[in-house]
Ligand binder design. Structure first.
Ligand code: PMP
Length: 394
């Protein structure tokens, strides 16, 4: 017996993806040419699997603000927010986030993963309930594990199922925190938000919306699905990440409830870890201002989204979402065809994401594409042509 025996099924799944050629998981990106192009295996490729939705990672102003902060404040804060790692800029970013939502409070975390761990594990305590969508991201499930609340899973995107589960709690539903995502990262599908809100209100429950993949993408100011749907007033907590549209690393939770501030005294993933580095905070502040003002970026992103979705539908692919969005997930019948698609696209100079069980919902084999405002119409044409060739060869 060995401590490592329990990983044998994971090793077998990895081996099933083949040992030859460019690795389809944890693919090394050798160089970055722009927000939309890089080098893999010595070849120039279009990056169509990076979550860099607005292409801000190499925006000159964003990079410049990180450089200035790096040179002035140094490489790290060397401390947690509650001890010795709270700089003025952390507070300023929190104010800028809460001001964007028009809410009294926001907290910044070192990653989006920690934003979910902290918010979920701390808000829902021993006598409370967590109602999680079955397709929730690992950070949401891990937040439930870290905390002491009773966790109830409801069927993915099914407000009726949530309603029945909340009904069983009776008056205790007022101590239930429902968690849904603004855009599910594997299939690219969106929740029926208005219906979830109707259920939440009827049961007097609370709603946390994870806008990791929808922030920057939806809404006039890019605040996410709730802004686009005009329902921000009905949300209790929005969690987001800096690692996608904002092009950095870190996360936030913001709320119309000023008592969110109490989490600073209790949330272990906030208290017991180093705060984000000054350069990351500075780049995120500049990126945030560009997201809020970024109607032109969103117009470019949505033009790209709509063109690619239309083409994939014309080719007859089965997609993870019937509503176009920044993630296009192509559902393939098995692991082999998903892998063949991934390799076929890469050999045509297109980098995408291969997603297979256990990382995917419902055991699906997926080819996942993420679109960016940094993609030019020519990039999108090349992606469409590469799919056309794969279709012909099939
Ligand atoms: N929530 C969701 C829905 C995510 O997809 C992710 C990351 N992919 C996170 C939270 C965690 O964010 P980060 O990677 O910035 O830690």
């Amino acid at each position: 017996m060995s401590l490592f025996d329990k990983f044998s099924h994971l090793a077998a799944a990895r081996a099933g993806l083949g040992a030859e050629g460019t690795p389809p998981v944890a693919t090394p990106i050798e160089d970055i040419i722009s927000a939309a192009e890089g080098v893999i295996d010595g070849k120039r490729v279009i990056l169509a699997g990076t979550n860099n939705y607005l292409g801000l990672t190499l925006d000159p102003d964003v990079v410049d603000s990180a450089k200035k902060a790096l040179e002035h404040f140094g490489t790290g804060t060397t401390g947690s927010r509650m001890a010795n790692g709270s700089y003025n800029a952390h507070g300023a970013l929190e104010q800028e986030i809460s001001a964007a939502f028009g809410w009294p409070s926001a907290m910044v975390f070192s990653t989006g993963y920690q934003a979910n761990l902290a918010s979920i594990a701390t808000l829902a305590g021993k006598d409370d309930y967590l109602l999680l969508d079955s397709d929730s991201h690992a950070s949401i499930y891990d937040g439930a594990k870290l905390g002491n609340a009773q966790t109830v899973i409801f069927r993915h995107n099914d407000p009726g199922n949530l309603d029945r589960r909340l009904s069983r709690l009776g008056a205790d539903a007022s101590r239930a925190l429902i968690v849904v995502e603004g855009l599910y990262s594997m299939l690219g599908d969106q929740p029926p938000l208005a219906e979830f809100i109707e259920v939440k209100k009827r049961h007097n429950a609370w709603l946390l919306l994870d806008e990791a993949h929808s922030f920057g993408v939806f809404g006039d100011k890019g605040l996410g699905l709730a802004e686009q749907a005009g329902v921000l007033d009905d949300i209790d907590f929005v969690v987001g990440t800096f690692s996608k549209s904002l092009g950095g690393i870190g996360g936030f939770c913001t709320s119309p409830h000023a008592q969110l501030e109490l989490l600073r005294l209790a949330a272990r993933p906030y208290i017991f870890t180093a705060s984000p580095s000054p350069a990351v905070i500075a780049s995120t502040r500049t990126a945030l201002s560009k997201v809020i003002a970024g109607t032109d970026l969103r117009t470019r992103l949505w033009d790209n989204i709509n063109r690619l979705y239309r083409a994939l539908e014309t080719y007859g692919y089965r997609l993870g979402s019937d509503k176009p969005g920044p993630v296009a997930a192509i559902i393939l019948p098995d692991r082999e065809s998903a892998l063949a698609h991934w390799r076929g696209l890469l050999s045509n100079g297109i980098y995408t994401n291969l997603m297979v069980p256990p990382a995917t919902p419902k055991g699906l084999n997926l080819l996942r594409i993420s679109l960016s405002a940094a993609h030019t119409p020519e990039h999108i044409d090349r992606i469409i042509q590469a799919f056309g060739q794969l279709r012909k060869a099939a």
